[in-house]
Design a protein around this ligand. Structure first.
Ligand SMILES: [Zn+2]
Length: 491
């Protein structure tokens, strides 16, 4: 990410400028992965930067700094894998209907507050800024944008922008933003300023020194709901787990979040203390372990957060792994438990109190690779479901490692949907490779009986097989719908 700012001449006479920050006319250019997000066209002329009063942007970044770079959770239940720019817009539209919010326990005002912590446009609603959102996603920053034009743009003004998303290391975002904020005070001195304006700059500088003093502990607090974080800190101390968050040297931001904090990123805010203790106990008991060389060789930590189509990324990873192990060969089903045993991945089955957690994956430098299967979760009601969870968690173990090359991932309804969908696609393809599916279905018609018997052979759930057949285009929508009905009848 690159951010360039400079002061500019204001064509407006002083009396028509805004009362606050009217001195701060400048030009801002924002570039993310070679996309110039601020590129616009006005009255036939094209420009790479937006010219506007910049003080509100500086103040907004400084005010929201901690959440901008450390808050991952939305203020509502998000089921789509859409990036923040799209998800927030849809949530606000949905929640403006108050009855809807009552039903789900979400509120428009908290969604609006989330928007104000992450959307550049919330800095100044009258401004000509592109619709850009910043959000933490584990140890990366997600920058996402839409092509929506500013509400109060003059006639003939347009951003030349296609919707998009980019995942960047924290340092590459926090660094340029911090540099820009520190540029303001030094360079505003060149301008003729009224006393009031000097005061607003002094306030900004005071805020920056406040931010500079923030400890890693107070930065990581923004990653979790307050109750969860406070209990976690108590339990972490009691379990003698050190806080391993790593703060950048030159900016108040965490390049790497402590594993215990990351682990609770995917947990329901209502989780009870007993379950928290179980999770942390599992983490501390696996610390100090190591991975087998064969397993380590399979790890790919360049995969990063999902940015493309989660399904495709998951399928590709599964097909590569199958090929490497010459699977399925002539076996009838994929023996996931045998594979995990071969790689020394320990399987722990537990009955957590919450059913919102499906499984947990722990691995990486300093950890013995482990999968916890939560038998309270509906997903794990039978062996077919457990096998699916094991394959799902295997994806996290191998490909969802952060910059610290570790993973402490909790799967379930509170984990980021894009991350979960990709792991599900992987699990489906790993347990139901195309060749094996074709062989087990035989050459005849695909109907409820052949699907049920194939699911038995493959040792997967019938509905899982039905959805997979549709997703890999082996059946059409009509067949899927009638098979779905048949499955519901037999259950
Ligand atoms: Zn998961």
């Amino acid at each position: 990410m690159e951010i360039a700012v400079r002061w500019a001449e204001d064509p407006e006479p002083a009396e028509r400028r805004p009362a606050v920050g009217g001195w701060s006319m400048g030009e801002l250019r924002l570039t993310v992965n070679h996309h110039v997000l601020s590129r616009n066209e006005y009255a036939g002329a094209s420009s790479e930067g937006v010219k506007w009063y910049l003080l509100p942007v500086f103040e907004w970044i400084a005010d929201k700094w901690v959440h901008l770079l450390h808050e991952e959770r939305f203020a509502w239940r998000e089921n789509s894998s859409a990036p923040a720019a799209t998800a927030t817009l849809l949530a606000l539209r949905r929640l403006i209907d108050a009855d809807y919010g009552l039903l789900t326990g979400e509120s428009y005002s908290s969604a609006r507050a989330w928007w104000s912590r992450h959307s550049l446009r919330s800095a100044d609603s009258s401004a000509l800024y592109p619709d850009v959102f910043f959000r933490r996603l584990r140890d990366e920053i997600e920058i996402s944008w839409t092509s929506r034009q500013p509400e109060y743009a003059p006639d003939g003004f347009r951003f030349e922008l296609m919707p998009g998303v980019a995942m960047l290391p924290v340092a590459q975002v926090a660094g340029p933003l911090w540099e820009m904020l520190n540029w303001v005070g030094v360079n505003a001195g060149e301008r003729k300023l009224a006393d009031e304006d000097r005061q607003s700059i002094a306030r900004l500088e005071e805020r920056l020194s406040e931010l500079k003093r923030l400890s890693a502990f107070s930065l990581e607090a923004a990653y979790l709901p307050a109750r969860l974080f406070s209990e976690l800190s108590t339990l972490r101390k009691r379990a003698h787990l050190p806080d391993e968050s790593i703060r950048l040297k030159y900016a108040p931001a965490l390049a790497i979040l402590d594993e215990a904090v990351l682990m609770f990123g995917g947990v329901s805010p209502d989780i009870g203390r007993a379950d928290m203790e179980t999770l942390l106990g599992l983490l501390s008991s696996k610390a100090g372990g190591s991975e087998s060389p064969a397993f380590q060789e399979l790890v790919d930590d360049t995969v990063g957060a999902p940015t493309g189509v989660p399904y495709e990324e998951g399928y590709e990873a599964a097909e590569q792994l199958l090929e490497e192990y010459a699977l399925p060969g002539d076996s009838d089903f994929i023996d996931i438990r045998a594979l995990l045993a071969k790689w020394n991945v320990e399987i722990v089955e537990r009955m957590l109190r919450t059913s919102t957690i499906r499984g947990i994956a722990i691995a990486g430098s300093g950890y013995a690779p482990t999968i916890l299967v939560n038998n309270t979760s509906d997903y794990n009601a039978n062996e077919a479901g457990k096998r699916f969870t094991l394959a799902h968690e295997l994806f996290h173990l191998l490909y969802d490692r952060g910059f610290a090359r570790r993973v402490t991932h909790v799967s379930g309804s509170w984990a980021p949907p894009s991350v979960e969908k990709r792991a599900n696609a992987f699990a489906a393809m790993l347990l139901m490779p195309r060749s094996l599916v074709r062989r087990s279905l035989g050459a005849g018609m695909v109907d409820a009986n052949t699907v049920a018997s194939a699911a038995g052979t493959l040792q997967v759930g019938i509905s899982a097989l039905v959805e997979h057949l549709y997703n890999i285009s082996m059946i059409d929508e009509t067949t899927r719908d009638s098979l779905r009905q048949a499955v519901t009848k037999t259950v």
